[in-house]
Design a protein around this ligand. Structure first.
Ligand code: GTB
Length: 215
């Protein structure tokens, strides 16, 4: 069955891999699944054809036969459930990997998104200079806890899983802030994720869009 995802026609990050189609591309690469990409403009994302796929007018979306999905957590979970390589077979280990998917999206990502909002969306607001250090400290607290749990392991719970894929994807957003560098074990964890051939292929594919050379 053909898989088609959507991605920004013009990503605001200029192809640095920070838009959320990268994590879906990465999951597809880890699973060894070919996929097509439909690029959408900011205007097209708010039009009825795209809103029928994504009620919030965002990317990425995922289409496979009659199935249409939005939300990267649900998309990565769908891929991981049906293909080898992203979830362990052992039932308890599988549930723990899914737990880490939720942890990435609902516990670690929110303060990181707050930082992005404060820095870019609320850049000139009078409250922003006071808010930024508070948000940074909330992120530091989460990173500290996460680094304790990771310890000197390569991945969060045994072999690489969809939990690591989402956690690394979430942490990557912190790179420009310098906060990740304060936690060397997490910086190394992210680097291990980035070094995976599947991530490299996903990154190259989204960078090709920004460079205007998408296959
Ligand atoms: N919870 C949803 C999911 O995980 O799928 C969130 C989806 C989402 O935020 N999509 C963003 C979007 O479509 C793109 S990824 N935004 C357009 C809109 O809402 O109108 C977020 C993103 C955007 C830009 C950068 N960047 O330039 O660095 C990074 C991440």
């Amino acid at each position: 069955m053909t898989i088609t995802i959507t991605a920004f026609e013009t990503s605001p990050d200029g192809g640095k891999g920070l838009a959320r189609d990268t994590r879906v591309r990465w999951a597809l690469e880890e699973a060894g699944l070919p996929y097509g990409v439909r690029l959408v403009s900011f205007q097209a994302m708010k039009e009825p054809a795209h809103l029928a796929l994504h009620p919030f007018g965002q990317i990425p979306t995922y289409e496979e036969g009659g199935l249409a999905l939005f939300e990267t957590g649900a998309i990565v979970f769908h891929i991981a459930e049906r293909h080898a390589g992203l979830l362990p077979h052992d039932p308890d280990a599988r549930t723990r990997a899914i737990m880490w998917m939720f942890a990435a999206l609902s516990t670690v990502e929110p303060p990181i998104l707050e930082l992005v909002t404060a820095k870019f969306v609320e850049a000139g607001k009078p409250w922003t200079p006071d808010r930024l250090p508070l948000i940074a400290d909330r992120i530091r607290a989460r990173l500290g806890q996460l680094s304790v749990r990771l310890g000197d392991a390569d991945w969060l719970d045994g072999a690489f899983s969809a939990g690591d894929l989402l956690m690394v994807s979430v942490l990557l957003r912190l790179k420009p802030s310098g906060l990740l560098g304060e936690f060397p074990s997490l910086a190394a964890y992210v680097a291990r994720g980035e070094a995976r051939p599947g991530y490299q292929r996903a990154y190259a594919a989204q960078a090709a869009v920004a460079a205007g050379v998408q296959a």
